[in-house]
Design a protein around this ligand. Structure first.
Ligand code: GLN
Length: 488
C-alpha cells in the first residue's frame, strides 16, 4: 500500500483523499517512512519535521470530516527548499552563516501553501545561498542523485529534485536564479518549472540575485506542477517586483486539445559541449512534436553564448549587495573571536560563508567598484537587454522554444567541484531564460545508456504559463518516462 502511494502524482493522491480511500495521515506517514528509509543514501532533507507534519495532516483530516476541504492540495505533503521561510522553523540556506536563525514570519509562498491545506514536511538541501549546480556547495554535505548515488542531483535545488525523484514527497518548491529548478529536475528525471519573473512572490525567500530569483514547482507530472504553481502564483504587495495580473486556471487549460504549435529550435543550443546522448533524446522529442503537426522553426539566439559571462557579472553583483546583511550583528553566525566591530564583520563573514559564496561576493564587489562599474556591470546590463531582445524577436515567429535543459546528464560527485568554469557551463541552456525573465520548464525526455535521466526544456513567452504547460503536457501524455523510478 505505502509503496503504491509514494509514486502517485499529487493529483492522484488528492483523488484518493476525496474518495475517502486514504487519509492525510496515511499519506504523511507513508512519505515519512519512505524518507526515513532512503535518506541515508539520498540526503535530500536538511530538516524533516515529522511531528509538525503529522499535526498538519490530522488537521487536514479533520477539515475533510467537517466538509471544509480547502482545495486539491489539502492534506498533500509538500517539502520546501531551505531558502523559503516557514515561521518558527530554522532557515539556513545551507549556510553556516545562517545556522542559528529561525524565521520570524512565513514566506508568501509558504502562507499560500498553508492556506491551501498542504502538509509541510520539512526543508531540503541546496547549494549554499543557491550558488551552485551540484548541491556540493551545501555547508551540510551534498545530496546524492537517487538514480546513481555516486552522482550529483544538480543544483542548486538538488534536495528538492532528489526528494521528489526518490518518492519522498510528491511535490516540492525550489528557486531558480540561473537554472536551479530546471537543471536538477532534468538530472533527477522530474518536472521543474521556473515561472515568469514577477509571477510568484519572493517575499520570505532568502535573496541571491533579486532581479533573477523566482520560486517554482517541482513534481512528477506537468499537471502537478501546474497545480502547485496555481497555489503559489499571484500578486503580492509585499514584493515590489510582483506583477499584478490575473492568474488563469492552469489545470483547466490542460483539458484543451493539443494545438499545432510553432516551436522554435535555436541552432546555438545544439553545438559544441552538448553530449551526443542528450542531443539525440532532445531531437527525438522535437521530432515527436513535428509528427503531431507542430511546425518546427529553426531560430537563432545569437547572444546566448554571452549569457554565462553576463550572469557571472550581474548575479554576483546583486549577491554581494544582498549578502551584505549577514554582518554577524543582526542575525546568523557571530564570531566569538572578534576584538572590535570591524573585526566582528570580518571574522563572522569569514567563518560563516563557504568558498563559493566568498568567490561570488568578491566577484560582485569587484564589478560594482568604482572604475569597473561601467566596464562590467553596466555593460552586462546592456547585453542582458540584447539577450532578451533575441527571445522577443524569436517569439514573433514561434509560440515556444525547445532546447536541452542541461548539456550532460548527472555528473559524478567531485568531478567539477574544483573547476568553477566547467560548473558554470552546466547552466548554459538555462541562464538566458532568467536574464530574459521568461518561464521555462524541464521535463524528462529519455535516459542515457547508464540509465540517467535526460531533460527537455520548453521556454515560453512572458506570463504564458498555460501554453507552456499545454505544450509539455501533450508530450508527457504520449510518453511514459515517469513510470520508471530509481532503484534505491
Ligand atoms: N548554477 C547557477 C549558479 O551557481 C544558478 C543557481 C540558481 O539558479 N540558483 O549561480
Amino acid at each position: 500500500m505505502a509503496t503504491d502511494l509514494i509514486w502517485q502524482s499529487a493529483t492522484a493522491l488528492s483523488a484518493l483523499l476525496e474518495k475517502g480511500e486514504v487519509t492525510s495521515r496515511d499519506l504523511t506517514e507513508a512519505f515519512i517512512a519512505r524518507a526515513q528509509a532512503v535518506e541515508p543514501s539520498v540526503h535530500a532533507y536538511l530538516d524533516l519535521h515529522t511531528d509538525y507534519a503529522l499535526e498538519q495532516a490530522d488537521q487536514a483530516d479533520q477539515r475533510r470530516q467537517l466538509g471544509q476541504v480547502r482545495g486539491p492540495l489539502d492534506g498533500i505533503p509538500v517539502s520546501l527548499k531551505n531558502v523559503i521561510s516557514i515561521k518558527d522553523l530554522p532557515l539556513t540556506a545551507a549556510s553556516k552563516m545562517l545556522e542559528p536563525f529561525v524565521s520570524p514570519y512565513d514566506a508568501t509562498t509558504t502562507l499560500k501553501l498553508k492556506n491551501a491545506g498542504a502538509v509541510l514536511l520539512g526543508r531540503l538541501n541546496m547549494d549554499e545561498f543557491a550558488m551552485g549546480s551540484s548541491c556540493e556547495n551545501s555547508a551540510f554535505g551534498p545530496t546524492f542523485n537517487p538514480w546513481d548515488t555516486e552522482r550529483i542531483p544538480g543544483g542548486s535545488s538538488g534536495g528538492s529534485a532528489a526528494c521528489v525523484a526518490a518518492g519522498e514527497t510528491p511535490l516540492s518548491l525550489g528557486s531558480d536564479t540561473g537554472g536551479s529548478i530546471r537543471q536538477p529536475a532534468s538530472l533527477c528525471g522530474i518536472v521543474g518549472m521556473k515561472p515568469t519573473y514577477g509571477l510568484v512572490s519572493r517575499y520570505g525567500l532568502a535573496a541571491f540575485a533579486s532581479s533573477l530569483d523566482q520560486i517554482g514547482p517541482m513534481a512528477h507530472t506537468v499537471e502537478d506542477a501546474a497545480l502547485l504553481l496555481q497555489t503559489i502564483a499571484g500578486y503580492d504587495p509585499l514584493d515590489s517586483t510582483s506583477f499584478n495580473t490575473s492568474i488563469p486556471d492552469y489545470r483547466a487549460a490542460l483539458q484543451e486539445a493539443p494545438k499545432k504549435w510553432r516551436l522554435g529550435v535555436p541552432t546555438e543550443f545544439f553545438g559544441e559541449g552538448l553530449d551526443p546522448e542528450v542531443k539525440e533524446a532532445v531531437q527525438r522529442a522535437i521530432q515527436w512534436y513535428e509528427a503531431q503537426g507542430c511546425e518546427i522553426v529553426e531560430i537563432s539566439l545569437p547572444h546566448n553564448e554571452l549569457s554565462v559571462p553576463v550572469y557571472y557579472v550581474l548575479a554576483p553583483a546583486e549577491a554581494s549587495s544582498n549578502l551584505a546583511r549577514y554582518d554577524g550583528v543582526r542575525y546568523g553566525h557571530r564570531s566569538s573571536e572578534a576584538k572590535d566591530a570591524i573585526d566582528l564583520y570580518f571574522k563572522s563573514r569569514g567563518e560563516g560563508f563557504g568558498p563559493e559564496v566568498k568567490r561570488r561576493i568578491l566577484l560582485g564587489t569587484y564589478v560594482l567598484s568604482s572604475g569597473y562599474y561601467d566596464a562590467y556591470y553596466l555593460r552586462a546590463q546592456k547585453v542582458r537587454t540584447l539577450i532578451r531582445n533575441d527571445y522577443l524577436k524569436a517569439f514573433e515567429q514561434v509560440d515556444a522554444i525547445l532546447t536541452p535543459t542541461s548539456p550532460t546528464a548527472a555528473f559524478k560527485l567531485g568531478e567539477k567541484k574544483d573547476d568553477p568554469l566547467s560548473m558554470y557551463l552546466a547552466d548554459i541552456y538555462t541562464i538566458s531564460v532568467n536574464l530574459a525573465g521568461l518561464p521555462g520548464l524541464s521535463m524528462p525526455c529519455g535516459f542515457t545508456q547508464d540509465k540517467l535521466p535526460i531533460g527537455l526544456q520548453v521556454i515560453g513567452q512572458p506570463f504564458k504559463e498555460s501554453e507552456l504547460f499545454q505544450i509539455a503536457h501533450a508530450y508527457e501524455q504520449a510518453h511514459d518516462w515517469k513510470t520508471t523510478h530509481p532503484n534505491l
